[in-house]
Ligand binder design. Structure first.
Ligand SMILES: NC(=O)c1ccc[n+]([C@@H]2O[C@H](COP(=O)([O-])OP(=O)(O)OC[C@H]3O[C@@H](n4cnc5c(N)ncnc54)[C@H](OP(=O)(O)O)[C@@H]3O)[C@@H](O)[C@H]2O)c1
Length: 324
């Protein structure tokens, strides 16, 4: 079968460790695990972190990349993979707090292959109204955005929310979900074309990175890190919340502790989502009609797809069509 495999790690040249293997061994079925034929899988920055050796130990290489997939099981169910592997009991009732948690492609092979075998609890029926490509966009970025907004930051109807870097995967999901939930959503993005994309995703207004907003916001969603953190600290109202799940441009921006205590800000981290949140996110997508936006590429174009992610050339998601 075809598989996108991380065969080595390099911080300087991560894509040197990517092999697009056209003749990889098929995964064997196992008790308690489900095998699916992958129809679509999406690219995530996490794959590049794996290739860089960040958060993925060298002894777990080689591994098939891919944190998100949707397909059909051996017995004909149309499914999407819930990408978090963890034990709610070890996490005090929340699998994302399990100290041993991981996501698809960390502890076992990921979804960028013609076939995938995952623990049964990671297999979820695909909502009928979603295509395989749409479903393959949802696990990592939409699930994470749902938890950040509603569980961690407590976004409510009527809140004002700023989403930094609005064309990104988590960011565009955050715009769509917050807007569908009745928040007023402001977005920043680096180009006119990406600001138009953010507006199409449901933002009420879009601005250049760092621009002054019409009003202070209740919640900031910042996945960008160093490049936007200073702006995030100034955009939020006294007593407001900044929530983060990533730091694409680096994680060492000055924290400005005086501003945090004087303005009584809450800085809230978030990672992944629980199965309960994933199910609720799927229901939200079905019920509201909001959908991920994506470009589709073929298996042979995966390297170019990662180059685009690295260059910031993304609007929503990049999906690999495994039916071609
Ligand atoms: N903790 C978790 O569970 C979790 C889950 C998902 C993702 N993440 C992490 O969150 C981050 C975002 O993931 P993603 O999938 O959304 O990535 P993505 O689709 O590649 O989006 C990257 C974002 O970074 C912005 N950006 C990049 N360089 C910038 C700069 N110099 N100035 C301003 N904005 C800049 C882009 O904004 P523009 O719109 O202006 O291009 C874009 O929104 C990654 O670091 C990822 O690893 C973590």
């Amino acid at each position: 079968m075809r598989a996108a495999v991380a065969i080595s790690q390099s911080a300087e040249d991560p894509l040197s460790g990517l092999a697009l293997d056209a003749d990889h061994a098929r995964p064997e079925p196992r008790d308690g695990w489900t095998r699916l034929r992958v129809h679509a899988a999406s690219l995530n920055p996490h794959d590049v972190w794996t290739l860089k050796g960040v958060g993925h130990p060298a002894e777990r290489i080689p591994v098939i990349l891919g944190c998100d997939a949707a397909g059909v099981t051996d017995d004909g169910r149309e499914v999407v993979v819930f990408p978090v592997w963890g034990d709610p009991a070890r996490g005090g009732g929340d699998e994302t707090f399990d100290p041993r948690r991981g996501i698809l492609s960390e502890h076992f092979d990921g979804g960028l292959a013609d076939e995938l075998v995952v623990p049964d609890q990671m297999v979820v029926d695909k909502p009928a109204s979603l295509s395989f490509a749409e479903a393959a966009c949802l696990g990592i970025v939409w699930g994470t955005a749902y938890r950040m907004l509603f569980t961690r930051a407590g976004v409510k109807p009527g809140d004002r929310v700023l989403v930094q870097g609005g064309a990104g995967g988590v960011a565009s999901a955050s715009i769509a979900l917050a807007s569908a939930a009745g928040a007023t959503v402001y977005a920043t993005a680096r180009t006119e074309e990406k600001r138009a994309f953010a507006l199409a995703q449901g933002a009420h207004a879009a601005f250049e990175s760092g621009a002054r907003l019409p009003e202070k916001v209740d919640v900031v969603v910042d996945t960008v890190g160093d490049a936007t953190w200073r702006h995030s600290l100034r955009a939020v109202r006294p007593g407001g919340v900044i929530t983060t799940c990533g730091a694409t441009t680096g994680g060492m921006a000055p924290s400005e502790i005086q501003r945090i205590f004087f303005q009584q800000l809450s800085i809230i981290g978030s990672t992944g989502c629980t199965r309960t949140e994933f199910d609720a996110m799927l229901r939200t997508v079905e019920r509201t009609g909001v959908r991920p936006q994506f470009d589709t590429i073929a298996f042979d174009e995966i390297r170019t797809g990662y180059e685009r992610l690295e260059a910031g050339d993304v609007r929503g998601k990049i999906v690999v069509d495994f039916t071609r």
